[in-house]
Design a binder for this molecule. Structure first.
Ligand code: IPM
Ligand code: MG
Length: 364
Protein backbone atom coordinates (compact mmCIF):
# COMPACT_ATOMS: atom_id res chain seq x y z
CA UNK A 1 0.00 0.00 0.00
CA UNK A 2 1.30 3.42 -0.88
CA UNK A 3 1.53 6.17 1.73
CA UNK A 4 0.26 9.62 0.83
CA UNK A 5 2.36 12.74 1.15
CA UNK A 6 1.22 16.31 0.64
CA UNK A 7 4.03 18.66 -0.41
CA UNK A 8 3.55 22.35 0.40
CA UNK A 9 6.68 24.07 -0.94
CA UNK A 10 5.54 27.58 0.03
CA UNK A 11 7.62 30.69 -0.60
CA UNK A 12 11.19 31.88 -1.14
CA UNK A 13 13.65 28.98 -1.13
CA UNK A 14 10.81 26.59 -0.19
CA UNK A 15 10.22 25.30 -3.75
CA UNK A 16 13.97 24.80 -4.39
CA UNK A 17 14.61 22.76 -1.27
CA UNK A 18 11.34 20.86 -1.71
CA UNK A 19 12.44 19.82 -5.21
CA UNK A 20 15.39 17.99 -3.61
CA UNK A 21 13.21 16.33 -0.98
CA UNK A 22 10.86 15.22 -3.73
CA UNK A 23 13.73 13.42 -5.47
CA UNK A 24 14.37 11.55 -2.21
CA UNK A 25 10.68 10.59 -1.96
CA UNK A 26 10.83 9.26 -5.52
CA UNK A 27 14.04 7.40 -4.69
CA UNK A 28 12.23 5.71 -1.78
CA UNK A 29 9.42 4.55 -4.04
CA UNK A 30 11.92 3.15 -6.58
CA UNK A 31 14.62 1.75 -4.36
CA UNK A 32 12.93 0.66 -1.13
CA UNK A 33 9.79 -1.18 -0.09
CA UNK A 34 8.16 2.10 0.98
CA UNK A 35 5.95 3.61 -1.69
CA UNK A 36 4.56 7.12 -1.76
CA UNK A 37 1.90 8.95 -3.69
CA UNK A 38 2.57 12.67 -3.89
CA UNK A 39 0.17 15.60 -4.01
CA UNK A 40 1.23 19.23 -4.06
CA UNK A 41 -0.50 22.48 -3.12
CA UNK A 42 0.13 26.10 -2.16
CA UNK A 43 0.72 27.67 1.24
CA UNK A 44 1.83 31.11 2.44
CA UNK A 45 2.35 34.00 0.04
CA UNK A 46 2.07 31.64 -2.93
CA UNK A 47 -1.44 30.68 -1.80
CA UNK A 48 -2.30 34.33 -1.16
CA UNK A 49 -1.26 35.30 -4.69
CA UNK A 50 -3.41 32.53 -6.17
CA UNK A 51 -6.42 32.50 -3.83
CA UNK A 52 -6.25 35.58 -1.54
CA UNK A 53 -5.79 33.35 1.54
CA UNK A 54 -2.65 31.85 3.08
CA UNK A 55 -3.97 28.33 2.66
CA UNK A 56 -7.12 27.28 0.79
CA UNK A 57 -9.81 25.00 2.22
CA UNK A 58 -8.96 22.49 -0.50
CA UNK A 59 -5.32 22.40 0.56
CA UNK A 60 -6.43 22.01 4.20
CA UNK A 61 -8.62 19.05 3.19
CA UNK A 62 -5.66 17.45 1.43
CA UNK A 63 -3.54 17.99 4.55
CA UNK A 64 -6.22 16.34 6.71
CA UNK A 65 -6.31 13.34 4.38
CA UNK A 66 -2.56 12.85 3.87
CA UNK A 67 -0.46 10.45 5.94
CA UNK A 68 2.07 13.27 6.33
CA UNK A 69 2.68 16.81 5.11
CA UNK A 70 6.07 18.17 4.04
CA UNK A 71 6.30 21.97 4.16
CA UNK A 72 9.07 24.17 2.74
CA UNK A 73 8.86 27.70 4.15
CA UNK A 74 6.45 30.63 4.17
CA UNK A 75 6.73 34.41 4.06
CA UNK A 76 8.71 37.22 2.49
CA UNK A 77 8.76 41.02 2.16
CA UNK A 78 6.45 40.82 -0.85
CA UNK A 79 3.55 40.14 1.55
CA UNK A 80 4.53 42.59 4.31
CA UNK A 81 1.53 44.78 3.54
CA UNK A 82 -1.20 42.12 3.38
CA UNK A 83 -3.91 41.92 6.01
CA UNK A 84 -2.89 40.21 9.28
CA UNK A 85 -5.40 37.35 8.86
CA UNK A 86 -4.08 36.32 5.48
CA UNK A 87 -0.35 36.91 6.07
CA UNK A 88 1.76 33.89 4.94
CA UNK A 89 2.49 32.74 8.50
CA UNK A 90 -1.25 32.35 9.14
CA UNK A 91 -1.30 29.39 6.74
CA UNK A 92 1.30 27.57 8.80
CA UNK A 93 -0.49 28.38 12.05
CA UNK A 94 -3.81 27.13 10.62
CA UNK A 95 -2.17 23.85 9.62
CA UNK A 96 -0.70 23.39 13.11
CA UNK A 97 -3.96 24.23 14.87
CA UNK A 98 -6.46 22.37 12.68
CA UNK A 99 -4.29 19.26 12.38
CA UNK A 100 -3.80 19.33 16.16
CA UNK A 101 0.00 19.24 15.85
CA UNK A 102 0.77 20.01 19.48
CA UNK A 103 4.22 18.42 19.70
CA UNK A 104 7.03 20.10 17.81
CA UNK A 105 10.33 18.18 17.81
CA UNK A 106 13.38 20.24 16.94
CA UNK A 107 16.64 18.33 17.12
CA UNK A 108 19.89 20.33 17.19
CA UNK A 109 22.64 18.00 16.11
CA UNK A 110 26.14 19.08 15.19
CA UNK A 111 27.52 17.23 12.17
CA UNK A 112 31.24 16.58 12.88
CA UNK A 113 32.27 18.11 9.54
CA UNK A 114 30.58 21.39 10.50
CA UNK A 115 31.87 21.82 14.06
CA UNK A 116 33.99 24.76 12.86
CA UNK A 117 30.99 26.60 11.41
CA UNK A 118 29.47 27.29 14.85
CA UNK A 119 29.92 30.68 16.43
CA UNK A 120 30.86 28.82 19.63
CA UNK A 121 34.19 27.13 20.30
CA UNK A 122 34.44 23.73 18.67
CA UNK A 123 34.79 21.73 21.92
CA UNK A 124 31.56 23.24 23.25
CA UNK A 125 29.46 21.91 20.37
CA UNK A 126 31.38 18.88 19.05
CA UNK A 127 28.99 15.92 19.40
CA UNK A 128 26.07 18.17 20.38
CA UNK A 129 22.73 16.35 20.33
CA UNK A 130 19.81 18.26 21.86
CA UNK A 131 16.11 17.77 21.25
CA UNK A 132 13.77 20.68 21.86
CA UNK A 133 10.17 19.64 22.40
CA UNK A 134 8.05 22.72 21.84
CA UNK A 135 4.32 22.92 22.61
CA UNK A 136 2.84 24.08 19.31
CA UNK A 137 -0.92 24.63 19.47
CA UNK A 138 -1.38 26.65 22.67
CA UNK A 139 0.06 29.51 24.65
CA UNK A 140 0.34 33.07 23.46
CA UNK A 141 0.23 32.06 19.79
CA UNK A 142 -3.46 31.18 19.99
CA UNK A 143 -4.77 32.61 23.31
CA UNK A 144 -7.77 34.99 23.23
CA UNK A 145 -8.15 37.91 23.46
CA UNK A 146 -5.53 38.79 20.90
CA UNK A 147 -6.24 42.33 19.73
CA UNK A 148 -5.35 45.97 19.47
CA UNK A 149 -8.05 48.31 20.80
CA UNK A 150 -8.38 52.06 20.78
CA UNK A 151 -8.55 53.31 24.36
CA UNK A 152 -8.88 57.01 23.56
CA UNK A 153 -6.53 59.99 24.00
CA UNK A 154 -4.53 58.75 21.02
CA UNK A 155 -3.66 55.59 22.92
CA UNK A 156 -4.06 52.02 21.77
CA UNK A 157 -3.74 48.86 23.80
CA UNK A 158 -2.36 45.58 22.43
CA UNK A 159 -3.14 42.31 24.14
CA UNK A 160 -1.85 38.78 23.59
CA UNK A 161 -2.99 36.08 25.95
CA UNK A 162 -0.87 33.24 27.30
CA UNK A 163 -3.18 30.35 28.23
CA UNK A 164 -2.40 26.75 29.15
CA UNK A 165 -4.78 24.06 30.38
CA UNK A 166 -3.60 21.04 32.37
CA UNK A 167 -4.18 18.56 29.52
CA UNK A 168 -2.00 20.56 27.14
CA UNK A 169 0.94 20.47 29.54
CA UNK A 170 0.36 16.81 30.36
CA UNK A 171 0.44 15.62 26.76
CA UNK A 172 3.53 17.60 25.76
CA UNK A 173 5.41 16.41 28.87
CA UNK A 174 4.54 12.80 28.06
CA UNK A 175 6.03 13.26 24.59
CA UNK A 176 9.22 14.71 26.09
CA UNK A 177 9.61 11.95 28.69
CA UNK A 178 8.95 9.18 26.15
CA UNK A 179 11.54 10.61 23.77
CA UNK A 180 14.07 11.06 26.59
CA UNK A 181 13.76 7.36 27.41
CA UNK A 182 15.04 6.52 23.94
CA UNK A 183 17.89 9.06 24.31
CA UNK A 184 20.09 10.03 27.26
CA UNK A 185 17.16 9.93 29.70
CA UNK A 186 17.19 13.57 30.81
CA UNK A 187 14.46 16.21 30.49
CA UNK A 188 14.84 19.88 31.29
CA UNK A 189 11.53 21.75 31.59
CA UNK A 190 11.69 25.47 30.92
CA UNK A 191 9.19 28.20 31.91
CA UNK A 192 9.02 31.52 33.81
CA UNK A 193 7.23 30.49 37.01
CA UNK A 194 8.88 33.40 38.80
CA UNK A 195 6.74 35.82 36.74
CA UNK A 196 3.95 33.93 34.97
CA UNK A 197 0.99 31.90 36.25
CA UNK A 198 1.24 29.67 33.18
CA UNK A 199 4.80 28.94 34.34
CA UNK A 200 3.55 27.96 37.81
CA UNK A 201 1.02 25.51 36.33
CA UNK A 202 3.55 24.24 33.79
CA UNK A 203 6.05 23.43 36.56
CA UNK A 204 3.38 21.74 38.68
CA UNK A 205 1.98 19.56 35.89
CA UNK A 206 5.36 18.49 34.46
CA UNK A 207 6.50 17.53 37.98
CA UNK A 208 3.36 15.47 38.60
CA UNK A 209 3.48 13.63 35.24
CA UNK A 210 7.12 12.86 35.98
CA UNK A 211 6.48 11.53 39.49
CA UNK A 212 3.50 9.44 38.39
CA UNK A 213 4.82 7.84 35.23
CA UNK A 214 8.42 8.69 34.42
CA UNK A 215 10.46 8.55 37.61
CA UNK A 216 13.17 6.65 35.66
CA UNK A 217 13.87 9.83 33.60
CA UNK A 218 15.93 12.63 35.19
CA UNK A 219 13.98 15.90 35.39
CA UNK A 220 15.36 19.42 35.89
CA UNK A 221 13.53 22.74 35.83
CA UNK A 222 15.20 25.87 34.51
CA UNK A 223 13.79 29.36 34.02
CA UNK A 224 13.54 30.19 30.33
CA UNK A 225 15.98 33.12 30.42
CA UNK A 226 18.52 31.01 32.24
CA UNK A 227 17.92 28.24 29.72
CA UNK A 228 18.84 30.63 26.88
CA UNK A 229 22.03 31.54 28.72
CA UNK A 230 22.93 27.91 29.48
CA UNK A 231 22.40 27.01 25.82
CA UNK A 232 25.22 29.31 24.77
CA UNK A 233 27.37 28.69 27.88
CA UNK A 234 27.36 24.89 27.93
CA UNK A 235 24.87 23.38 25.47
CA UNK A 236 25.99 19.78 25.92
CA UNK A 237 24.47 19.68 29.43
CA UNK A 238 21.04 19.29 27.77
CA UNK A 239 19.35 16.19 26.37
CA UNK A 240 15.62 16.99 25.93
CA UNK A 241 14.24 20.46 26.62
CA UNK A 242 10.45 20.76 26.95
CA UNK A 243 8.89 24.20 26.82
CA UNK A 244 5.91 26.26 25.73
CA UNK A 245 5.13 27.64 22.29
CA UNK A 246 6.81 31.07 22.58
CA UNK A 247 9.87 30.06 24.62
CA UNK A 248 10.24 27.08 22.29
CA UNK A 249 10.28 29.40 19.28
CA UNK A 250 13.14 31.42 20.76
CA UNK A 251 15.13 28.60 22.37
CA UNK A 252 14.99 26.46 19.22
CA UNK A 253 16.49 29.26 17.12
CA UNK A 254 19.35 29.55 19.61
CA UNK A 255 19.89 25.78 19.67
CA UNK A 256 19.76 25.62 15.90
CA UNK A 257 22.41 28.28 15.40
CA UNK A 258 24.76 26.47 17.79
CA UNK A 259 25.12 23.80 15.15
CA UNK A 260 26.58 26.19 12.58
CA UNK A 261 23.67 26.75 10.25
CA UNK A 262 19.92 27.03 10.37
CA UNK A 263 20.00 25.38 6.96
CA UNK A 264 20.79 22.02 8.52
CA UNK A 265 17.95 21.42 10.93
CA UNK A 266 14.69 19.54 10.41
CA UNK A 267 11.58 19.48 12.55
CA UNK A 268 8.53 17.31 13.12
CA UNK A 269 5.12 18.49 14.33
CA UNK A 270 2.99 15.65 15.61
CA UNK A 271 -0.60 15.21 16.75
CA UNK A 272 -2.13 12.75 19.18
CA UNK A 273 -2.11 9.10 18.08
CA UNK A 274 -5.61 7.90 17.18
CA UNK A 275 -6.31 4.90 19.46
CA UNK A 276 -8.40 3.15 16.82
CA UNK A 277 -6.35 3.63 13.67
CA UNK A 278 -2.90 4.10 15.22
CA UNK A 279 -2.65 7.09 12.91
CA UNK A 280 -1.06 10.35 13.97
CA UNK A 281 -1.25 13.56 11.96
CA UNK A 282 2.16 14.98 11.17
CA UNK A 283 3.89 17.83 9.39
CA UNK A 284 7.62 18.01 8.69
CA UNK A 285 9.45 21.23 7.89
CA UNK A 286 12.92 22.76 8.08
CA UNK A 287 13.57 25.11 11.01
CA UNK A 288 14.86 27.75 8.60
CA UNK A 289 12.65 30.35 6.94
CA UNK A 290 11.99 31.27 3.32
CA UNK A 291 15.23 33.31 2.87
CA UNK A 292 13.78 35.49 0.09
CA UNK A 293 17.15 37.24 -0.35
CA UNK A 294 18.74 34.12 -1.84
CA UNK A 295 15.65 32.53 -3.42
CA UNK A 296 15.86 31.22 -6.97
CA UNK A 297 19.66 31.31 -7.22
CA UNK A 298 20.61 27.75 -6.31
CA UNK A 299 22.24 28.96 -3.10
CA UNK A 300 19.83 27.38 -0.61
CA UNK A 301 20.85 24.43 1.53
CA UNK A 302 18.43 21.52 0.98
CA UNK A 303 19.76 19.45 3.92
CA UNK A 304 17.17 20.60 6.49
CA UNK A 305 14.37 19.77 4.05
CA UNK A 306 15.84 16.38 3.16
CA UNK A 307 16.42 15.64 6.87
CA UNK A 308 12.78 16.62 7.53
CA UNK A 309 11.72 13.88 5.12
CA UNK A 310 14.00 11.50 7.05
CA UNK A 311 12.12 12.47 10.21
CA UNK A 312 8.86 11.69 8.41
CA UNK A 313 10.19 8.23 7.61
CA UNK A 314 11.07 7.71 11.27
CA UNK A 315 7.98 9.14 13.00
CA UNK A 316 5.18 8.57 10.46
CA UNK A 317 6.24 5.53 8.47
CA UNK A 318 8.14 3.39 10.95
CA UNK A 319 11.15 3.39 8.64
CA UNK A 320 13.93 4.47 10.96
CA UNK A 321 16.34 2.29 8.95
CA UNK A 322 15.82 4.27 5.74
CA UNK A 323 15.87 7.53 7.73
CA UNK A 324 19.23 6.47 9.15
CA UNK A 325 20.55 5.77 5.65
CA UNK A 326 19.56 9.26 4.51
CA UNK A 327 21.19 10.84 7.57
CA UNK A 328 24.37 8.84 6.96
CA UNK A 329 24.35 9.97 3.32
CA UNK A 330 24.12 13.61 4.48
CA UNK A 331 27.08 13.12 6.84
CA UNK A 332 29.11 11.42 4.11
CA UNK A 333 28.55 14.24 1.63
CA UNK A 334 29.64 16.78 4.26
CA UNK A 335 32.70 14.66 5.12
CA UNK A 336 33.54 14.69 1.40
CA UNK A 337 33.79 18.49 1.62
CA UNK A 338 30.67 19.49 -0.30
CA UNK A 339 29.07 22.69 1.00
CA UNK A 340 26.22 24.97 0.00
CA UNK A 341 26.91 28.71 0.32
CA UNK A 342 25.57 29.06 3.88
CA UNK A 343 28.11 26.58 5.29
CA UNK A 344 30.96 27.24 2.87
CA UNK A 345 34.44 27.21 4.42
CA UNK A 346 38.00 27.33 3.16
CA UNK A 347 39.15 24.18 1.40
CA UNK A 348 35.61 22.92 0.82
CA UNK A 349 33.80 22.74 -2.53
CA UNK A 350 30.79 24.99 -2.97
CA UNK A 351 27.86 23.36 -4.73
CA UNK A 352 24.34 24.42 -5.70
CA UNK A 353 21.09 23.30 -4.09
CA UNK A 354 20.48 20.72 -6.83
CA UNK A 355 24.08 19.44 -6.76
CA UNK A 356 23.79 18.89 -3.01
CA UNK A 357 20.59 16.91 -3.62
CA UNK A 358 22.31 14.85 -6.30
CA UNK A 359 25.30 14.17 -4.04
CA UNK A 360 23.01 12.89 -1.27
CA UNK A 361 21.22 10.62 -3.76
CA UNK A 362 24.56 9.35 -5.06
CA UNK A 363 25.74 8.61 -1.53
CA UNK A 364 22.58 6.56 -1.05
C1 IPM B 1 8.87 28.77 13.58
C2 IPM B 1 8.54 30.09 12.94
C3 IPM B 1 7.06 30.35 13.05
C4 IPM B 1 6.73 30.46 14.52
C5 IPM B 1 6.54 31.58 12.27
C6 IPM B 1 6.91 31.49 10.81
C7 IPM B 1 5.07 31.77 12.45
O1 IPM B 1 9.32 31.09 13.51
O2 IPM B 1 8.33 27.75 13.11
O3 IPM B 1 9.68 28.74 14.49
O4 IPM B 1 6.84 31.52 15.12
O5 IPM B 1 6.35 29.42 15.09
MG1 MG C 1 10.77 30.39 14.91
Amino acid sequence: MAHSLLLLPGDGIGPEVMAEARRLVEWCTEATNLHFTIEEDLVGGAAYDAHGVSISDQAMAKAQAADAVLLGAVGGPKWDGVEYDVRPEAGLLRLRKELGLFANLRPAICYPALADASSLKKDLIDGLDILIVRELTGGVYFGEPKEITDIGNGQKRAVDTQVYDTYEIERISRVAFELARARAGRVCSSEKRNVMKTGVLWHEVVSRVHAEHYADVALDHVLADNCAMQLVRNPKQFDVIVTDNLFGDVLSDIAAMLTGSLGMLPSASLGETDEKTGRRRALYEPVHGSAPDIAGRGLANPIAMVASFAMALRYSFDAGDIAGRIETAISRVLDDGLRTADIMEQGARQVSTADMGTAILDAL
